[in-house]
Ligand binder design. Structure first.
Ligand code: CA
Length: 229
């Protein structure tokens, strides 16, 4: 298997050097840049497996780089930050960063985090059924739903409702279709039951992601609208 390539975006040369040394000793291929524009170009050309991104950079800062990366790629991002405020952490995760580390950090810890992210990738790639969206990852085999920052607690029925909608992302499912697929023969209620369950799922998704990922289509049914990764 080819070595994993890590792109390091960090303007402090001493830190660049430490990161390079530790990652190379674990057989990673390491490319370092010290600014945003170059990072964006290399992210497209190299297609690295993971990007280590410092937030405090001259010119284009790390947050902006992360946001731009997310528009064009689903590359794994580990953020390095000297800022410790919770708000920055949350903002980083909302931008789709996979993990973050606060400076000063232990290089061993950094390597461990990188390896953990890449391991997670391999296990989710092997689960071919996994649905990956911009704000959500759904694992049908494990009955798990993840937002970038946290696992989402859903009841069994709520999970089935979300899974059906997500499998038909961008298309409308009628209440009857949802009843057939989620409850099947066991359904005794009225259409209202569907509305209640969809409402609960929609609320939980909104709380976790800040987005309205399920739309009502008046007189027809419901539609899941997150974009696929
Ligand atoms: Ca810096």
């Amino acid at each position: 298997m080819a070595a994993n390539t890590i792109l390091v975006v960090e303007d402090e040369l001493s830190i660049q050097k430490v990161i390079r040394t530790y990652l190379e000793s674990e057989n990673f291929q390491v490319v370092c840049v010290d600014n945003g524009p170059e990072a964006l170009t290399l992210a497209q050309e190299l297609k690295p497996d993971l990007i280590i991104l410092d937030l405090m950079l001259p010119g284009m800062d790390g947050m902006e780089i992360a946001a731009r990366l997310r528009q064009v790629s689903d590359v794994y991002i580990l953020i390095l930050t000297a800022r410790t405020e919770e708000a920055d952490r949350v903002a980083g995760l909302r931008l789709g960063a996979d993990d973050y580390l606060t400076k000063p950090f232990s290089p061993r810890e950094l390597v461990a985090r990188v390896q953990a992210i890449l391991r997670r990738r391999r296990s989710s790639e092997s689960a071919v059924n996994t649905l990956r969206f911009a704000h959500l990852t759904i694992d049908p085999d494990r009955h798990e739903v993840w937002t970038p920052g946290q696992a989402l607690e859903l009841t069994t029925t709520e999970f089935k409702v979300l899974l059906e909608l997500a499998r038909h992302a961008g298309r409308v499912l009628t209440r009857e279709q949802l009843i057939d697929r989620v409850w099947g023969m066991d359904f005794y209620g009225t259409d209202r039951v569907v509305d209640v369950y969809v409402g609960q799922v929609r609320r939980k998704l909104e709380q976790a992601t800040g987005e309205s990922l399920i739309q009502s289509v008046r007189g027809v049914g419901y539609k899941f609208v997150d974009t696929r990764r």
